[in-house]
Design a protein around this ligand. Structure first.
Ligand SMILES: [Zn+2]
Length: 304
Protein backbone atom coordinates (compact mmCIF):
# COMPACT_ATOMS: atom_id res chain seq x y z
CA UNK A 1 0.00 0.00 0.00
CA UNK A 2 1.28 3.43 -0.92
CA UNK A 3 2.39 5.46 2.08
CA UNK A 4 1.65 9.18 2.26
CA UNK A 5 2.47 12.00 4.69
CA UNK A 6 0.44 14.78 6.28
CA UNK A 7 1.94 18.16 7.15
CA UNK A 8 0.08 20.64 9.38
CA UNK A 9 1.10 24.27 9.72
CA UNK A 10 -0.54 25.62 12.86
CA UNK A 11 -0.35 29.40 13.02
CA UNK A 12 -2.12 31.89 15.22
CA UNK A 13 -4.98 32.59 12.86
CA UNK A 14 -4.63 29.96 10.13
CA UNK A 15 -4.17 26.24 9.97
CA UNK A 16 -3.07 24.63 6.72
CA UNK A 17 -2.80 20.92 6.11
CA UNK A 18 -1.27 19.07 3.19
CA UNK A 19 -1.30 15.52 1.96
CA UNK A 20 1.99 14.65 0.28
CA UNK A 21 3.79 11.70 -1.23
CA UNK A 22 6.67 10.09 0.67
CA UNK A 23 9.16 12.29 -1.17
CA UNK A 24 7.18 15.45 -0.46
CA UNK A 25 5.15 16.05 -3.63
CA UNK A 26 1.91 17.87 -2.75
CA UNK A 27 -1.31 15.92 -3.40
CA UNK A 28 -3.89 18.08 -1.62
CA UNK A 29 -4.02 21.16 0.56
CA UNK A 30 -6.68 22.31 3.04
CA UNK A 31 -6.91 25.62 4.80
CA UNK A 32 -9.03 26.77 7.76
CA UNK A 33 -9.11 30.00 9.71
CA UNK A 34 -9.23 29.76 13.48
CA UNK A 35 -10.27 32.54 15.80
CA UNK A 36 -7.98 33.34 18.70
CA UNK A 37 -10.99 33.93 20.94
CA UNK A 38 -11.81 30.20 20.68
CA UNK A 39 -8.42 29.44 22.23
CA UNK A 40 -6.62 26.14 21.88
CA UNK A 41 -9.89 24.16 21.80
CA UNK A 42 -11.00 25.84 18.57
CA UNK A 43 -7.51 25.32 17.14
CA UNK A 44 -7.48 21.63 18.07
CA UNK A 45 -10.91 21.20 16.51
CA UNK A 46 -9.66 22.64 13.20
CA UNK A 47 -6.53 20.48 13.33
CA UNK A 48 -8.69 17.40 13.84
CA UNK A 49 -11.06 18.32 10.99
CA UNK A 50 -8.25 18.93 8.52
CA UNK A 51 -6.34 15.80 9.51
CA UNK A 52 -9.48 13.68 9.33
CA UNK A 53 -10.35 14.99 5.87
CA UNK A 54 -6.82 14.34 4.54
CA UNK A 55 -6.77 10.82 6.09
CA UNK A 56 -10.07 10.09 4.34
CA UNK A 57 -8.71 11.34 1.03
CA UNK A 58 -5.64 9.13 1.42
CA UNK A 59 -7.81 6.10 2.22
CA UNK A 60 -10.08 6.74 -0.77
CA UNK A 61 -7.08 6.66 -3.09
CA UNK A 62 -6.04 3.31 -1.59
CA UNK A 63 -3.08 4.78 0.33
CA UNK A 64 -2.41 5.18 4.02
CA UNK A 65 -0.80 7.96 6.03
CA UNK A 66 2.49 6.85 7.57
CA UNK A 67 3.36 9.97 9.51
CA UNK A 68 2.02 13.40 10.49
CA UNK A 69 4.30 16.43 10.94
CA UNK A 70 3.08 19.50 12.81
CA UNK A 71 4.84 22.88 12.68
CA UNK A 72 3.47 24.98 15.54
CA UNK A 73 3.72 28.77 15.85
CA UNK A 74 5.21 28.84 19.33
CA UNK A 75 7.73 27.04 21.53
CA UNK A 76 7.53 23.23 21.57
CA UNK A 77 9.13 20.59 23.78
CA UNK A 78 10.26 18.46 20.85
CA UNK A 79 11.25 15.38 22.87
CA UNK A 80 7.83 15.08 24.50
CA UNK A 81 5.79 16.47 21.60
CA UNK A 82 4.25 19.05 23.91
CA UNK A 83 3.31 22.60 22.92
CA UNK A 84 4.65 24.89 25.66
CA UNK A 85 2.55 27.94 24.81
CA UNK A 86 1.29 30.22 22.09
CA UNK A 87 2.20 33.89 22.41
CA UNK A 88 -1.09 34.82 20.74
CA UNK A 89 -3.73 32.23 21.56
CA UNK A 90 -4.71 31.24 25.12
CA UNK A 91 -5.00 27.63 26.28
CA UNK A 92 -2.00 26.05 24.56
CA UNK A 93 0.10 25.89 27.72
CA UNK A 94 1.64 22.41 28.05
CA UNK A 95 -0.72 20.79 25.52
CA UNK A 96 0.41 17.24 24.70
CA UNK A 97 -0.39 17.71 21.02
CA UNK A 98 1.58 14.70 19.78
CA UNK A 99 -0.11 12.28 22.21
CA UNK A 100 -3.56 13.68 21.44
CA UNK A 101 -3.15 13.31 17.68
CA UNK A 102 -1.49 9.88 17.96
CA UNK A 103 -4.37 8.61 20.10
CA UNK A 104 -6.98 10.00 17.78
CA UNK A 105 -5.47 9.01 14.42
CA UNK A 106 -3.34 5.97 15.36
CA UNK A 107 -0.45 7.39 13.32
CA UNK A 108 3.05 8.51 14.43
CA UNK A 109 3.22 12.30 14.88
CA UNK A 110 6.19 14.73 15.01
CA UNK A 111 5.61 18.19 16.54
CA UNK A 112 8.13 21.03 16.32
CA UNK A 113 8.11 24.82 16.22
CA UNK A 114 7.45 26.50 12.89
CA UNK A 115 10.99 27.94 12.66
CA UNK A 116 12.54 24.47 12.69
CA UNK A 117 9.85 23.23 10.30
CA UNK A 118 10.55 26.17 7.96
CA UNK A 119 14.27 25.40 8.07
CA UNK A 120 13.68 21.75 7.17
CA UNK A 121 11.29 22.80 4.39
CA UNK A 122 13.79 25.14 2.71
CA UNK A 123 16.51 22.54 3.15
CA UNK A 124 14.53 19.65 1.60
CA UNK A 125 12.47 21.50 -1.00
CA UNK A 126 13.65 25.11 -1.35
CA UNK A 127 16.76 27.28 -1.55
CA UNK A 128 18.81 24.94 0.66
CA UNK A 129 18.58 21.73 -1.37
CA UNK A 130 21.89 19.89 -1.28
CA UNK A 131 23.52 22.27 1.23
CA UNK A 132 24.68 20.64 4.47
CA UNK A 133 25.49 23.79 6.48
CA UNK A 134 22.92 26.54 6.37
CA UNK A 135 21.15 29.11 8.45
CA UNK A 136 17.50 29.94 7.83
CA UNK A 137 16.23 33.32 9.02
CA UNK A 138 12.56 34.22 8.81
CA UNK A 139 12.00 37.97 9.07
CA UNK A 140 8.37 38.95 9.45
CA UNK A 141 6.60 40.55 12.40
CA UNK A 142 9.30 38.83 14.47
CA UNK A 143 12.56 37.07 13.58
CA UNK A 144 12.87 33.30 13.83
CA UNK A 145 15.34 30.87 12.44
CA UNK A 146 16.93 27.47 12.34
CA UNK A 147 20.24 25.78 11.72
CA UNK A 148 21.31 22.83 9.59
CA UNK A 149 24.86 21.79 10.49
CA UNK A 150 26.65 18.76 9.04
CA UNK A 151 23.42 17.80 7.33
CA UNK A 152 21.24 17.76 10.47
CA UNK A 153 18.81 20.13 12.11
CA UNK A 154 20.39 21.50 15.29
CA UNK A 155 17.88 21.63 18.15
CA UNK A 156 20.07 22.34 21.16
CA UNK A 157 19.35 21.33 24.75
CA UNK A 158 15.84 22.79 24.82
CA UNK A 159 14.93 23.03 21.14
CA UNK A 160 15.95 26.71 21.18
CA UNK A 161 18.90 26.57 18.79
CA UNK A 162 18.63 28.95 15.84
CA UNK A 163 16.76 31.65 17.79
CA UNK A 164 18.76 34.34 16.04
CA UNK A 165 16.02 36.92 16.71
CA UNK A 166 17.10 37.06 20.34
CA UNK A 167 20.79 37.65 19.75
CA UNK A 168 21.43 41.08 21.27
CA UNK A 169 22.91 43.47 18.73
CA UNK A 170 22.45 46.78 20.58
CA UNK A 171 22.64 46.82 24.35
CA UNK A 172 20.94 50.23 24.44
CA UNK A 173 18.38 49.21 21.84
CA UNK A 174 14.58 48.92 22.01
CA UNK A 175 13.03 46.34 24.33
CA UNK A 176 12.14 43.04 22.66
CA UNK A 177 9.00 40.90 23.09
CA UNK A 178 11.20 38.62 25.24
CA UNK A 179 11.82 41.52 27.66
CA UNK A 180 15.49 42.16 26.88
CA UNK A 181 16.82 45.31 25.23
CA UNK A 182 18.39 45.36 21.79
CA UNK A 183 17.50 41.92 20.42
CA UNK A 184 17.83 41.58 16.65
CA UNK A 185 14.06 41.02 16.50
CA UNK A 186 13.37 44.37 18.18
CA UNK A 187 15.80 46.16 15.85
CA UNK A 188 15.26 44.55 12.46
CA UNK A 189 11.93 42.70 12.23
CA UNK A 190 9.08 44.16 10.18
CA UNK A 191 7.60 45.68 13.32
CA UNK A 192 11.03 46.89 14.44
CA UNK A 193 11.54 48.66 11.10
CA UNK A 194 8.08 50.23 11.45
CA UNK A 195 8.93 51.52 14.89
CA UNK A 196 12.32 52.90 13.82
CA UNK A 197 10.70 54.50 10.78
CA UNK A 198 7.95 56.07 12.88
CA UNK A 199 10.53 57.58 15.24
CA UNK A 200 12.68 58.92 12.42
CA UNK A 201 9.81 60.33 10.37
CA UNK A 202 7.67 61.64 13.21
CA UNK A 203 4.55 59.79 12.03
CA UNK A 204 3.22 56.25 12.13
CA UNK A 205 4.57 54.07 9.31
CA UNK A 206 4.96 50.33 8.88
CA UNK A 207 7.98 48.45 7.59
CA UNK A 208 6.67 48.27 4.03
CA UNK A 209 6.17 52.06 3.96
CA UNK A 210 9.74 52.62 5.13
CA UNK A 211 10.98 50.61 2.13
CA UNK A 212 8.68 52.50 -0.25
CA UNK A 213 9.76 55.89 1.13
CA UNK A 214 13.43 54.98 0.86
CA UNK A 215 12.88 53.85 -2.74
CA UNK A 216 11.33 57.22 -3.55
CA UNK A 217 14.40 59.02 -2.24
CA UNK A 218 13.45 59.85 1.36
CA UNK A 219 16.81 60.24 3.11
CA UNK A 220 15.47 59.65 6.65
CA UNK A 221 13.79 56.37 5.60
CA UNK A 222 17.01 55.31 3.85
CA UNK A 223 19.01 55.97 7.04
CA UNK A 224 16.57 53.74 8.93
CA UNK A 225 17.09 50.91 6.41
CA UNK A 226 20.87 51.40 6.52
CA UNK A 227 20.75 50.98 10.31
CA UNK A 228 18.49 47.92 10.05
CA UNK A 229 20.83 46.26 7.56
CA UNK A 230 23.86 46.91 9.82
CA UNK A 231 22.00 45.33 12.76
CA UNK A 232 20.98 42.32 10.67
CA UNK A 233 24.53 41.88 9.37
CA UNK A 234 25.77 42.07 12.96
CA UNK A 235 23.35 39.32 14.07
CA UNK A 236 24.24 37.17 11.08
CA UNK A 237 27.94 37.76 11.74
CA UNK A 238 27.56 36.29 15.24
CA UNK A 239 25.87 33.21 13.76
CA UNK A 240 28.52 32.92 11.03
CA UNK A 241 31.25 32.97 13.67
CA UNK A 242 29.63 29.98 15.38
CA UNK A 243 28.43 27.96 12.42
CA UNK A 244 30.43 28.81 9.28
CA UNK A 245 27.39 28.23 7.03
CA UNK A 246 27.65 27.93 3.25
CA UNK A 247 24.24 29.54 2.82
CA UNK A 248 21.97 31.94 4.68
CA UNK A 249 18.36 31.77 3.53
CA UNK A 250 16.19 34.80 4.22
CA UNK A 251 12.46 34.06 4.37
CA UNK A 252 9.35 35.82 5.63
CA UNK A 253 7.83 39.13 4.61
CA UNK A 254 11.15 40.96 4.31
CA UNK A 255 12.40 38.56 1.66
CA UNK A 256 9.74 40.13 -0.60
CA UNK A 257 11.49 43.54 -0.46
CA UNK A 258 13.28 44.55 -3.69
CA UNK A 259 16.68 42.86 -3.80
CA UNK A 260 18.46 46.15 -4.53
CA UNK A 261 17.02 47.61 -1.32
CA UNK A 262 17.52 44.67 0.97
CA UNK A 263 19.46 41.54 0.01
CA UNK A 264 22.15 43.33 -2.02
CA UNK A 265 23.13 45.81 0.73
CA UNK A 266 22.86 42.99 3.28
CA UNK A 267 25.33 40.90 1.24
CA UNK A 268 27.72 43.87 1.19
CA UNK A 269 27.36 44.45 4.96
CA UNK A 270 27.79 40.86 6.22
CA UNK A 271 31.58 40.62 5.63
CA UNK A 272 32.07 43.58 7.99
CA UNK A 273 30.82 41.38 10.86
CA UNK A 274 32.62 38.07 10.37
CA UNK A 275 35.99 36.59 9.44
CA UNK A 276 36.84 37.47 5.85
CA UNK A 277 37.48 33.78 5.06
CA UNK A 278 34.02 32.81 6.34
CA UNK A 279 32.39 35.30 3.97
CA UNK A 280 34.19 34.31 0.77
CA UNK A 281 32.00 31.38 -0.25
CA UNK A 282 28.94 32.36 1.81
CA UNK A 283 25.76 32.93 -0.18
CA UNK A 284 22.80 34.96 1.12
CA UNK A 285 19.67 34.00 -0.82
CA UNK A 286 15.91 34.48 -0.55
CA UNK A 287 13.72 31.57 0.53
CA UNK A 288 11.94 29.78 -2.30
CA UNK A 289 8.85 28.24 -0.74
CA UNK A 290 7.01 31.49 0.10
CA UNK A 291 3.28 30.79 0.59
CA UNK A 292 3.78 27.06 1.04
CA UNK A 293 6.74 27.46 3.41
CA UNK A 294 4.82 26.53 6.56
CA UNK A 295 3.05 23.49 5.26
CA UNK A 296 6.04 22.17 3.30
CA UNK A 297 8.09 22.57 6.48
CA UNK A 298 5.53 20.40 8.26
CA UNK A 299 5.75 17.80 5.47
CA UNK A 300 9.55 17.89 5.84
CA UNK A 301 9.09 17.27 9.58
CA UNK A 302 6.96 14.22 8.77
CA UNK A 303 9.87 12.93 6.66
CA UNK A 304 12.36 13.10 9.57
ZN1 LIG B 1 14.40 39.09 22.39
Amino acid sequence: MEQLLIGLDVGNTNITGALASEDGALIAKLHRATDRAGGSEAGLQRITEITGALMTQAAESGAHVGRIGVGFGGPVDFERGVVLLSHQTPGWENKPLRAQLENQFRTPVVVDNDANAGTLGEWRFGAGRGVNDLLYVNIGTGIGGGVIANGRLVRGAQNLAGEIGHIIVRRDGPVCTCGKPGCLEACASGSGIGRRGSEALGRKVNGKEVFALAASGDAAAQRVLDGVIEDLAHGLGVAIGLLNPALIIIGGGLSEAPESQFLEPLRRAVPRYCLAEAAVKLRVEPAQLRYDAGVMGAVALAMT
